[in-house]
Design a protein around this ligand. Structure first.
Ligand code: AMX
Length: 436
């Protein structure tokens, strides 16, 4: 057993004891005052119903991973040689183990993922069976599903796996999947947009650097962007659609491949991860409608109002939990100020940031008029040449796997139960309010 796996086992045993004590001593203590009918009809907002160890979201401050904010991660996590952005390997270690990693921990993960990154041919064949017009997210989930043949958990379970060892096989699946996802994602990109000219992995590079390399980008700035991108999109506590779906499906003891594929199908929705492609599409359409070049603030305002009058949402703005500018947006803005302050598209993103919030505020119903993570990412990618915006959510997915799979390891290590909340009918609701 590798030392990270041993360390995880020690941490998991400790937390298991604490959780058992907590449930034994306080199991009947109410965590919420009660659940309102509005919450039941409106997406269960604000109902505390899940435990996710890897990160916690504060409505005003944004996400913290094991207590560390994004600026703190950028400061404390190990970097690539001559790099300034945190390595995602370090964030994964932090989410899994609960402690900041050393340089050696990060190197251990980089080389472990490198060693495990071989993708069997039938996965590529499954992707090839889809028409080239298929959305990259469809190709991505098909690729993950095809890779399920490699699941250690599914194999061991069919042989009669002891409950106590669920975590161990889930850990193996997690490591193998994370190791292989960049190769699958890069394959999809090169297949769909670069005439099927694939690029072999470079074992000397870190996980995100190698991903950038396989996509076909050798610019060090793009590698740095990928490191940052893979860190900030990794996790957003447990209730968002991709994390919750992965957890829910995993609660049926579906293995990591089945669970992640399910989560990725949720990420592919326009109100969730697809928003990043929608943002850039929306900005490019605006520019086209205005005849190209830099729009004025007034023109952006008119375009926003037109979007709203057509019954559409302004992509990249609003959030189910956040009530301030997303620190993931701010981290990308900082990156842009440092590396590409004169980029035209980036400047438009910043003008949109000045224009949209007051308009959304005026509507009176939007709870959060501020930008989320997706409002900025596309402009950065376009700058480095990754203009094929339909692919963006796949990047999000590769990153999101880090958080939801670290969480899945914890789910199995803590022996969390099958998820099965109660539902009622509207008929039941009507009788309930009438006091019947
Ligand atoms: N543009 C226009 N209207 C918006 C809006 C936006 N950006 N954000 C919220 N609203 C509207 C809602 O559609 C809703 O209208 P309705 O009552 O007529 O149905 C009303 O404001 C109240 O919604 P809310 O409580 O503020 O938001 P929510 O929790 O229901 O939804 C979210 C959150 C993100 C789905 C929503 O803000 C939205 O659609 N944003 C645009 C899409 C987007 O950027 N998604 C990415 C989110 C981050 C991520 O997961 N990657």
């Amino acid at each position: 057993m590798g030392y990270i796996k041993e360390k995880f086992k020690v941490k998991a045993d400790e937390l298991n004891v604490e959780v058992k004590e907590l449930v034994k001593n306080y199991g009947t203590k109410k965590i919420d005052e009660g659940v309102t009918i509005a919450q039941v009809y409106q997406g269960m907002r604000g109902i505390t119903g899940l435990v996710t160890e890897t990160s916690l979201l504060d409505a005003n401050e944004g996400i913290r991973f094991r207590g560390y904010s994004i600026p703190e991660l950028r400061e404390h996590l190990p970097k690539a040689p001559n790099g300034a952005e945190p390595l995602p390997e370090g964030l994964f270690y932090l989410m899994l183990i609960g402690e900041l990693p050393t340089e050696a921990d990060v190197q251990y993960l980089s080389s472990m993922w490198g060693r495990r990154s071989h993708v069997p041919n039938h996965v590529f064949d499954a992707i090839e069976a889809l028409p080239i017009t298929a959305h990259p997210m469809t190709m991505f989930t098909v690729g993950i599903m095809a890779l399920q043949t490699e699941s250690s958990f599914a194999h061991a379970y069919s042989e009669g796996l002891n409950k106590k060892d669920y975590w161990s096989e889930t850990y193996e699946d997690t490591m193998n999947l994370i190791a292989r996802l960049p190769r699958i994602a890069a394959y999809i990109y090169r297949r769909k947009y670069k005439g099927g000219q694939h690029i072999q992995p470079n074992g000397m590079l870190d996980w995100a650097g190698n991903f950038a390399h396989m996509l076909g980008y050798s610019d060090e700035g793009f590698r740095e962007l990928m490191r940052l991108y893979m860190v900030i999109h990794a996790d957003h506590e447990g209730g968002n659609v991709s994390a919750h779906t992965t957890h829910l499906v995993g609660s049926a003891l579906s293995d990591a491949y089945l669970s992640l594929a399910a989560g990725m199908n949720g990420l592919a929705g326009p109100l969730h991860g697809l928003a990043n492609q929608e943002v850039i599409k929306w900005i490019l359409q605006m520019r086209e409608e205005l005849g190209g070049g830099m729009p004025t603030k007034e023109q952006i305002e008119t375009y926003v109002r037109k979007t709203l009058s057509e019954g559409k949402v302004v992509p990249g703005y609003g959030h189910a939990v956040l009530r301030k500018t997303d620190p993931r947006f701010s981290a990308q803005m900082e990156f842009a100020k440092k590396h590409l302050p004169n980029d035209e598209l980036v400047k438009i993103v910043w003008m949109v940031y000045e224009t949209v919030p007051p308009i959304l505020k005026d509507l009176g119903k939007v709870k959060n008029p501020w930008p989320n993570v997706d409002a900025h990412s596309g402009a950065l990618l376009v700058h480095y040449g990754l203009v094929e915006y339909e692919f963006y959510t796949v990047l999000f997915g590769v990153s999101r796997a880090l958080g939801v799979l670290a969480s899945l390891c914890w789910d199995r290590a803590l022996g969390l139960s099958l998820e099965r909340p109660k539902s009622v009918t509207t008929e039941w609701m009507k009788e309930f309010v009438e006091g019947k």
